[in-house]
Write a protein that binds this ligand. Sequence first.
Ligand code: SF4
Length: 84
Amino acid sequence: MRFKNIFNLLNTLFSILKRFLGNREVLANFKEIENRLQTCRLCEFKIGDTLKNMKCKKCECMVRYKVRLAESYCPEGKWDATDS
Ligand code: SF4
């Protein structure tokens, strides 16, 4: 596992904990997930053709997990974290 992956993982875990303790939604809602996925599917930084192996070249995250977390955001500014 590379340094960038470890940093992303720790950052994500911290964000989840922060949301949980702040009584905010940890997971994005279904519509949000679908919109994010659609954007990633059409993105030039996407690697892989199936949901199972789709990865983001910019942050090196697995897209299928990344889009589900409310706190996630696109490193290219194509979609944001949810407010709830
Ligand atoms: S997170 Fe952003 S940069 Fe990465 S694949 Fe999705 S839309 Fe592209």
